[in-house]
Design a protein around this ligand. Structure first.
Ligand SMILES: NC(=O)C1=CN([C@@H]2O[C@H](COP(=O)(O)OP(=O)(O)OC[C@H]3O[C@@H](n4cnc5c(N)ncnc54)[C@H](O)[C@@H]3O)[C@@H](O)[C@H]2O)[C@@H](O)CC1
Ligand SMILES: Nc1ncnc2c1ncn2[C@@H]1O[C@H](COP(=O)(O)OP(=O)(O)O)[C@@H](O)[C@H]1O
Ligand SMILES: [K+]
Length: 485
């Protein structure tokens, strides 16, 4: 698992290390690591043009020292000082000694011909969107030809939440120090960070409160059958979804549950005929969930409607002592009767997108991890908040940010696949928060695999699930999510 950290957690770890190392050591480690990544990205350094955007803090210091490294290797480096009086003195001196030029935002910045632009405007000390002079320079940099590389955090991105309240540096690469900051992989910030490179500066970090799963983490949680297994010992999933007029959601959800390969999938609902025709492996009833037979976890909601029958079926499922995944129409109904969820003792997983989340009484806002945690704590349930980086949070605050996926997943029915798949993982006995995080990871990988063949539809995800699971098992132990670390 990759730990994701807040600025305050990183600062606390930095302070301990600063006290234990000679002055300037950490900044030198950061700047050397940054310059090394830049060398790799540029390929050839001699004669390349580099513009360093330097703010008044240590983030500017890192960028200036890295600029000095590149200048010593023959790059033509120009530092643009946004606050010349307060620029990092030692960094500036190093750059000058190495032959770099220094100017202001209105001087010859070199941005229109740069091969590389280093964003050292603000790092974890940033607050709010970029101020006007910085915003104007960033805009010019973004329209120029240079490769956009952010130092530690793209300036203007909130390192903790990924919120982007105003202008920000749209990086193609972010070189971050000591720990991955949560804001680089979630919310709008994810789109500004580009590929993230982690430079080790020797920080000793406490256990993280937010994690991202790797392929190997997920493979370890998706259990293959053992010689002693039979169809009842690998998890039996119950699906309540669809309706006679809308059987599609039931077919997709049940198919995803089957393809996640539990021992057995049972279906209860009025789309029984469609499910039977699509998936003869399923045991179906057109009666109530209680008519379906024993299961280890329920998935309830996709396409089931919100009429009185649907309400009573939802109440019946939530009254069981089994893990339940609540999706789609069932979320709409649960939002009107949240006590049905609150009073459960068995695990509940809710899988809202932003509009479904808002039905519980508050907007998601810019802090997606915080939003998922708040609803989870309020309802005593695991919340899987869908999005381009899906967030999973447990009532105790444990949280995950998903690192896999593709915007091609933004198409009808993919949520039904996620709920069937995650319900199957829940039925194998995984802790609910892990089932949800693993489900989001597998769903994202299935989307990536399906998208290799062209624009995907939800059924393609179901078809790709076996190959996705096989790939996860073959993935090297250190293959991470797609933050690019
Ligand atoms: N503490 C250390 O020894 C280390 C710190 N490191 C670097 O230091 C950074 C943190 O440095 P600082 O604490 O000095 O803070 P920063 O350099 O991140 O930011 C502080 C400066 O940015 C300005 N600022 C804040 N918000 C702004 C906005 N919205 N628009 C424009 N300007 C804004 C502030 O006025 C202040 O001058 C890290 O991100 C990292 O790059 C690394 O060198 C590793 C070691
Ligand atoms: N821009 C995006 N990038 C990546 N994944 C996305 C994006 N938009 C949506 N998704 C994913 O697609 C799925 C859509 O689910 P949902 O909105 O419930 O659709 P439906 O109800 O039609 O099944 C979720 O897993 C979500 O995380
Ligand atoms: K920065």
């Amino acid at each position: 698992m990759i730990g994701l950290y807040t600025a305050a957690e990183v600062r606390a770890a930095e302070e301990l290390l600063l006290a234990a190392t000679p002055e300037g050591t950490l900044m030198q480690r950061a700047a050397t690591g940054l310059a090394t990544v830049c060398l790799g990205l540029l390929g050839r350094v001699h004669g390349t043009r580099v513009t360093v955007l330097a703010g008044a803090g240590n983030n500017g210091g890192d960028a200036l020292f890295a600029g000095a490294h590149l200048a010593r290797r023959g790059a033509r480096v120009t530092a643009v000082l946004l606050d010349p009086e307060r620029a990092h003195a030692a960094g500036l001196a190093a750059l000058r000694t190495a032959g770099g030029w220094v100017t202001g935002p209105d001087g010859p910045t070199g941005l229109e011909r740069a091969d590389l632009v280093l964003d050292g405007i603000v790092g974890i000390g940033g607050r709010g969107g970029l101020r006007p002079p910085a915003a104007a320079v960033v805009e010019r940099a973004a329209t120029g030809p240079g490769l956009m590389v952010a130092v530690d955090v793209p300036s203007g991105v909130d390192a903790d939440t990924g919120a982007v309240p105003g202008a920000a540096f749209p990086a193609q690469h972010t070189v971050t120090f000591g720990a991955l900051k949560t804001g680089l992989v979630v919310g709008e910030g994810r789109g500004y960070a580009g590929r993230v490179h982690l430079v080790d500066i020797g920080l000793a970090l406490p256990p993280a409160g937010v994690h991202q799963l790797t392929d190997a983490d997920v493979a370890a949680r998706v259990r293959p059958p053992h010689p002693g297994d039979d169809k009842y010992t690998q998890g039996v999933v119950g699906v309540v979804a669809g309706s006679s007029t809308y059987p599609g959601a039931a077919v997709l959800c049940t198919g995803a549950a089957l393809r996640a390969r539990p021992g057995l999938v049972r279906y209860a609902g009025t789309a029984a005929a469609g499910v039977r025709a699509a998936w003869p492996e399923t045991i179906v009833t057109d009666g109530r969930p209680s008519d379906a037979g024993r299961v280890q976890a329920w998935v309830v909601g996709p396409g089931m409607g919100t009429d009185d029958d649907a309400r009573s079926v939802l109440a019946e499922v939530l009254a069981t002592d089994l893990p339940v995944l609540v999706d789609a129409d069932a979320l709409t109904m649960a939002a009107q009767q949240p006590d049905l969820v609150r009073r459960r003792e068995a695990p509940t997983v809710l899988t809202p997108h932003d509009r479904e989340y808002a039905r519980f009484g508050a907007e998601v806002g810019e802090d997606r991890v915080g939003a998922a945690r708040r609803l989870a704590a309020d309802l005593g349930a695991v919340v899987l908040l869908k999005g381009d980086a899906t967030v999973v949070a447990a009532p105790d605050g444990a949280a995950y940010v998903n690192g896999t996926g593709t915007p091609w997943l933004a198409t009808a029915g993919t949520g039904d696949v996620l709920s069937g798949l995650t319900g199957a993982l829940l039925a194998t006995g995984l802790p609910a928060v892990e089932a949800a995080a693993a489900g989001a990871h597998v769903h994202g990988r299935a989307g990536q695999l399906a998208a290799e063949e062209g624009p995907l539809i939800a059924s393609d995800l179901v078809r790709c699930l076996p190959a996705t699971l096989a790939r996860l098992r073959r993935a090297p132990a250190d293959r991470l999510g797609d933050s690019g670390v």
